[in-house]
Design a protein around this ligand. Structure first.
Ligand code: CP
Ligand code: NVA
Length: 314
């Protein structure tokens, strides 16, 4: 494997738009290489002695384990820091926490509610800050998704990707990334659950440059028609549990089931960032069926997160 490029050292990854298309491509190329090297059981200790601090205000399986395993494989270590156990929980500011942790660790991951909290961390930290999911965005997920689609299609440009369901954090980051890469992105969401207009507008500006497109529809069948990739996520995100019953009713028609798959292209694949609620946003036969890329997609969290670390940590 060639050396790790220096281009992104010290940089944050708080949202997809922090990185240009070329920079995102660098991460995807490196993730592909890391995946191959891991399959060969080759050790790549490019981050010896480095530490990733990981602050979680919400639960996580994939993001956390991918980083813990990933940085260990690169020769470093991760510190799991549940927010409830930090002085943050007793009112210490993000500013002070960022200033102090910058003296201890080499990079910081934060999973929280408000994007503004990640941005505040990034403002005051002197080390790279990585967004591990906010209510607005999930940029690490979008990278793994892009890697998975690239593996299947050999590229991203021109691929028709339809996201079905709640126009949430996962939808936002996927849309931003798809637009950067010239994909044709459709969000099929019920009225009232569409992605934020500001995110759609920014993605459309990128799509105008890349030759892609961004469309929003309230009709799931129209959205699925001719798609190469059908993607969904939970209808009730973390922090929205009080709305669950209403959401189940409002989103019922958007379940990724056999009927929707039959509307898509003949080779269409199904994706889901997980965790899934089987029988709600995705049918069991789709999730576990031959068209599902979901498990490969989950594995690719490891390779893409390792790539992000290798690129940004000094
Ligand atoms: N998809 C995803 O981010 O999973 P976790 O919540 O398990 O990290
Ligand atoms: N939209 C989901 C994604 C979980 C990885 C949530 O925010 O809970």
């Amino acid at each position: 494997m060639a050396g790790i490029p220096e281009d992104l050292k010290g940089r944050n990854y708080t949202r997809v738009s922090d990185w240009s298309r070329q920079e995102l491509e660098l991460a995807l190329d490196l993730a592909d290489e890391l995946k191959q090297e891991r399959a060969r059981r080759k050790e790549l200790r490019v981050l010896p002695g480095r530490t990733l601090g990981m602050i979680f205000h919400k639960p996580s399986t994939r993001t956390r384990v991918a980083f813990e395993v990933g940085i260990a494989e690169l020769g470093g270590m991760a510190l799991y820091l549940p927010a409830a156990d930090l002085q943050l929980a007793r009112g210490e500011s993000y500013r002070d926490t960022a200033l102090v942790l910058s003296r201890f660790v080499s990079a910081l991951l934060i999973r929280t509610f408000e994007q503004a909290e990640v941005d505040e961390f990034a403002e005051y930290a002197s080390i790279p800050v990585i967004n591990g999911l906010t209510d607005l965005a999930h940029p690490l997920q979008a990278l793994a998704d892009a890697m998975t689609i690239r593996e299947r299609h050999g590229g991203l440009e021109g691929v028709k990707l339809t996201y079905l369901g709640d126009g949430n954090n996962v939808c936002h980051s996927l849309m931003r990334l798809a637009a950067r890469f010239g994909m044709h992105f459709t969000a099929a969401c019920p009225a009232g659950y569409e992605p934020l207009p500001s995110v759609v507008e920014a993605a459309r500006a990128d799509a105008a440059e890349s030759g892609g497109s961004v469309r929003v529809t309230n009709d799931p069948l129209e959205g699925a028609d001719g798609a190469d990739v059908l993607y969904t996520d939970v209808w009730t995100s973390m922090g929205q549990d009080a709305e669950r019953e209403q959401r189940l009713l409002d989103l019922e028609r958007f379940s990724l089931d056999g009927e929707l798959v039959s509307m898509a292209s003949r080779e269409a694949v199904a994706m889901h960032c997980l965790p899934a609620h089987v029988g709600e946003e995705i049918a069991e036969d789709v999730l576990y069926g031959p068209r599902s890329l979901v498990w490969e997609q989950a594995e690719n969290r490891l390779h893409t997160q390792k790539a992000v670390l290798a690129l940004v940590v000094r």
